[in-house]
Design a protein around this ligand. Sequence first.
Ligand code: BEZ
Ligand code: FE
Length: 356
Amino acid sequence: MADSASRFQDPTLVGTRIRAQTANTIPADLPLERDFGEGTDYTITDHVRELHAKLTAPQSPRLALVMDRLVYHLHAFAREVGLTHAEWAAAVELIGRAGKESTAGKDEVVLMSDCLGLSVLVDEMEHPRPKAATEGCEEGPFYTKSFPEVPSGSCISHPDTVGQPLFFEATVKNTKGEPIQGAKAEVWQSDGEGTYDVMYDTPPESGADDRARIIAEPNGYFSYRGVLPVAYPIPDDGPCGTMLRALGRHPHRASHLHFRLTAPGYDSLTTALYPSHSPFLGTDPVFATRLSLIGDLEQAEDVGKWKEWGFDEADVRKRGGKVWAWRFAFVLASKEEVELERQNRKADRITPNTKL
Ligand code: BEZ
Ligand code: FE
C-alpha cells in the first residue's frame, strides 16, 4: 500500500480540502480493527480512549491523561443518569448560549463554573494552604488592574458614595503569629446599593471608588474608612441565571469585602470577608462563603471613636448615626509552606504513568 503522504495527496482517494491541508501536515491514521457497541466488551468509551492513547499520549502525555479521564467520567455520567437526547440538546444549547452571551464584563462560562463549584475546587487545588492560614475564595469579575495606592487609615469611598460608614482594620501575620513586613492589601467592594464602581454607566472620574491598594504599616496593621457593602446578585440575565433558576437557586451574593493580600516571600491571598448579619451566607451562588471568613461587626455610636478613626461627625449622622467596625486577622502562608502542601497533595493524584 502507498505511504500515508501519497495517499493523502491522491485525488482518487481524498478531496481538495484534505489535499490542501495535508500538503504540509500528515494526519496520523490507523486501520479500523474492530467495531464498538453499547453492552459489548468494547464500547464507544473504549474506542475514544484507545484512539487518544495511540495518537495523543506520544505527543502530550498530560493532555492525553486529562482527556482520557474526561471522556471516561463524561461517558460514565451519561450512562449513570441515562442521558436522553432532549437533555443532551438542552445542555448543548445552554453551553452554546454561554459562549454567545458572554461579554467583556460578564463571562458566562466562568459564572457557570463558579455556580457549579468547579472554580472553588480548582482554586483550592492551586492554592493549598496550611490550616492556620486564612482561607481563600474567588476573585470574582470586579477585580481591576488599577488600584489607587494609599496609606493605611485612608478613606477609599468618594464623599457622595451611598452607604453607612464602615471602619475596617486588620492585622497581617504569618502562620507563626509574626507580623508580616511589606504587606499590601488590595480591597474592592460594592457600595451601599450593592454596586461596584465599574458597574456604573458613568464610572467615577478618578477611575476608582470603594477600591484601593492599602500599604500596611511595618507591623502588618492596616485600616480604612469606607461604606458598608450590601448583598447583590451576580449577573442572572444569561444562561447561568437560567441554570440557577432551574436548580431552584438564587443569584444573590452575601455582603462582602474582597481582598488580595501580597507580601514578599508569601503566597498571595485572594479572599473575601462576610458580615454575620448578611442574608444568603448559606446559599451563596458561587460557594465563596466560609465560616472562617464570617465575622461579627460592631456598631459604634461613640462620637469620640468616629473622630479617632477619621470620620466627620455630621457625615456619620447624615448616614444613620453609627459606624460599623469590622476587624479581621489575616494569616498568610509562606511560598515554601504552600509548595510543601502542593507536593503532599500531588502525591494522591494520578499521573500519565498510573495504571488505570
Ligand atoms: C462577586 O463577588 O461579585 C462574584 C464572585 C464570583 C462570581 C461572580 C461574582
Ligand atoms: Fe463581589
